[in-house]
Design a protein around this ligand. Structure first.
Ligand code: NAD
Ligand code: ZN
Length: 238
């Protein structure tokens, strides 16, 4: 397998998806049966689901928290942390994942565009910032309230909501010369469109994962393989 060369003038933007955490034992999004960890997405990941049945939404995200706390970063997470160490502020990581495996592997220059499992915030978006919350709730009665009276909701971008940090993400993509996209099916927008923004700016675009994504046509190169087996040793940094 040929290595990806990164020169002293490259700026690297990385987008990761559920696939990078698959080898850590966290299930990816849509399995064959159309369910995510046994739930229908519409029942647990939409603003409508939160309005109708907050107890079920919290049951789902409590289970995700429990699984996330048990999982360990894999060699792919560590390889990206090492690349950041080598490139400093010429490296930027945007993850669609809500787990904290990138941070636990040592990544620092990163944003969680779809939120973070280990935080909660006011359902009324009253302006108070998200709070750290590792609780695994067994009933809705245990879930706290914001000082404004709103119930705490998971700090997660539900389907139909606008992802976080889009201005910063756009600015980082505009400056980048190499985009690496790892373990994402290319079906969830706006993330699936980032590769097109990078190409418009003339960046090289590389996808890494066991199968080509839906938007494979937009990549300069597709490296087929599992992230944890492929990423270590993939980069040659000049
Ligand atoms: P997806 O489930 O739609 O696609 C997963 C992709 O990972 C597929 O393309 C698959 O080929 C690839 N993959 C599977 N095993 C892999 C491996 N070992 N190495 C590399 N790639 C591998 O995931 P998505 O595109 O990220 O979209 C799902 C949405 O659900 C995201 O918005 C994300 O927020 C959320 N999600 C997050 C987590 C998490 O935080 N760990 C887990 C599941 C879903
Ligand atoms: Zn509030």
């Amino acid at each position: 397998m040929s290595r990806i060369s990164i020169t002293g003038s490259d700026r690297v933007f990385v987008l990761t998806g559920a696939g990078i955490s698959a080898e850590s034992g966290l299930p990816t999004f849509r399995a064959e049966d159309g369910l995510w960890a046994g739930y229908r997405i519409e029942d647990v990941c939409t603003p409508d689901a939160w309005q109708r049945n907050p107890a079920e939404v919290w049951a789902f995200y409590s289970a995700r928290r429990a699984a996330g706390a048990k999982a360990q970063p894999n060699p792919a997470h560590f390889a990206l942390a090492q690349l950041e160490h080598q490139l400093g502020d010429r490296f930027f990581l945007c993850t669609q994942n809500v787990d904290d495996l990138h941070e636990r592997a040592g990544s620092r220059r990163l944003v969680h565009m779809h939120g973070e499992l280990a935080k909660s915030r006011c359902e009324r978006d009253c302006g108070r910032p998200p709070v750290s919350d590792h609780a695994i709730y067994s009933s809705l009665a245990e879930v706290g309230r914001c000082s404004c009276g709103g119930r705490l909701r998971p700090h997660i971008v539900f389907f139909g909501e606008i992802p976080f940090e889009m201005d910063r993400i756009q600015a980082e993509i505009a400056q980048s010369t190499l985009m690496l996209v790892i373990g994402t099916s290319g079906s969830v927008y706006p993330a699936a469109g980032f590769v097109n923004w990078a190409r418009q700016k003339g960046a090289r675009t590389v996808y890494i994962g066991p199968e080509p994504p839906l938007n494979a046509y937009a990549f300069t190169q597709v490296v087929e393989g599992k992230a944890g087996e492929t990423l270590p040793g993939l980069f040659s940094v000049a």
